[in-house]
Design a protein around this ligand. Structure first.
Ligand code: CTP
Length: 408
């Protein structure tokens, strides 16, 4: 599967102010380039104390600009030229001092000058703060950040954790991969702005005893891709996940559960507060009647234990039966006769849209193909990686919703 080029055709002006996190900006240039963007780096004098323009030039494949007096620009107006060709400006790292400067609209070096000179409606500003936790928590910084956001900037992070100074807390710059993902999300169309989306993902695990259980091969990848795609599209996303080894997509609220009954207990109270419910979880159909308190030991006489099973609740059908139900989307994992089984399942579960896929061909894989079935008929979303499919499905769902409710 070829790598997606989510930033193809985008030109990013990457500004570095002074901070130890500058080392992450080198990796960030690579991530942005790998995603298809072209990157023009601008550095403040302070940034040059932390990383050299040579490194940034080599990685971005373009000369780095550091001074508003750079005579290489034919018209000597780097701040105008750079910002007219950029699709977005990303300041990473953004120091406390640089943020303060932006808030005041000062322009005494090339980077702050460029921030002020950019056409606000055509060249959005994204800011990734990086500083010591006390500096971040200081009322002056917090006041400045609020003002910066009020002025239209998008804040990326900061993250929390170990800091270069040895302290632990808020103020770390996000990692290069996270910043690149945030940049990709920023450019996605906001088809679900103002919507709330609830998603189940992964398998469930139904314990037999403390060391064994019934589960399946679902990796959760499709549900996690949908959570990311819905979040990128501007939705507030809650993800209820069975036992999987996947990182939570940025900005998504996640609840971990193990069994089908836990999943249902998590989902049912949340469902009425959501506009859309997407059930991607491969819920175990049955669970052992009873769970042994201790490990079931082998019997000396080679007798095999018998497992009595009970049917699990159907979470999707239960949500679809709620009086205040969200728009419900089901998945049908089949091994044959996809259209027929998916159509029947849609009617049986009383849901407007079902997404069919051939289970054995998709479990654990990074790619898939989908068959959408609704009351008007069916159509395919052709074979692609799961995030591409998820974005297409988000578009399909958004197109089927009415106008967003006015906020209460
Ligand atoms: N589902 C659910 N709760 C269950 C079983 C399924 O919420 N106990 C949801 C799945 O998340 C999926 C849809 O129902 O969105 C269909 O799941 P699938 O396993 O394909 O169908 P089943 O209802 O289990 O039917 P069958 O096993 O007969 O194919």
């Amino acid at each position: 599967m070829p790598e997606r080029q989510d930033l193809a055709g985008r030109h990013i002006l990457l500004g570095l102010s002074g901070g130890i996190a500058s080392y992450k900006s080198a990796e960030l240039v690579r991530e942005l380039s790998r995603a298809g963007a072209t990157v023009q780096v601008v550095m403040t004098e302070a940034a040059e104390h932390f990383i050299t323009p040579v490194t940034m030039q080599a990685l971005s494949n373009r000369p780095v600009v550091t001074s508003q007096w750079d005579a290489r620009e034919p018209n000597n107006m780097a701040h105008i030229n750079l910002t007219r060709e950029a699709d977005a400006m990303l300041i990473a790292p953004a120091s406390a001092d640089f943020i303060a400067k932006l808030v005041q609209g000062r322009a005494d070096d090339l980077l702050s000058l460029a921030c002020l000179a950019r056409p606000i409606d055509r060249c959005p500003l994204l800011v990734a703060p990086a500083m010591n936790r006390e500096m971040w928590a200081h009322p002056a910084t917090q006041r400045n950040v609020r003002q910066l956001v009020a002025d239209g900037a998008t804040l990326l992070g900061p993250g929390a954790g170990d800091q270069a100074c040895g302290e632990v807390g808020d103020g770390r710059m996000l990692e290069a991969v996270e910043l690149c993902e945030a940049m990709i999300a920023f450019f996605q169309p906001k088809l679900l702005a103002g919507r709330r989306v609830l998603i189940t993902a992964g398998p469930t695990f139904e314990p037999i005893d403390p060391v064994r259980g019934i589960t399946n091969h679902s990796s959760g990848k499709m549900g996690f891709a949908l959570a990311r795609a819905a979040q990128e599209a501007g939705a507030q996303v809650t993800l209820v996940a069975g036992p999987v080894h996947l990182p939570t997509p940025r900005g998504v609220a996640r609840l971990d559960v193990q069994t089908a009954r836990q999943m249902q207990a998590a989902v049912l109270p949340l469902a009425p507060q959501h506009d859309v419910f997407i059930a991607t979880a491969a819920v175990a159909d049955w669970r052992p009647d009873t769970t042994a308190d201790h490990k079931i030991k082998k019997q000396g006489d080679r007798r095999v234990p018998t497992l009595a099973l009970t049917e699990n609740p159907d979470i999707l059908a239960a949500v679809a039966a709620l009086p205040q139900r969200p728009y419900c989307v089901g998945f049908a994992a089949e091994s044959e006769q996809l259209l027929q089984h998916a159509s029947e399942k849609r009617l049986r579960k009383n849901i407007p849209l079902i997404v069919g896929n051939l289970g054995p061909a998709t479990f654990g894989r990074d790619d898939n193909a989908l068959l959408l079935v609704d009351e008007n008929g069916h159509h395919d979303i052709p074979h692609a990686d799961k995030l591409t499919l998820a974005r297409a499905l988000v578009g399909e769902i958004a197109g089927r919703l009415g106008q967003p409710h006015a906020p209460a």
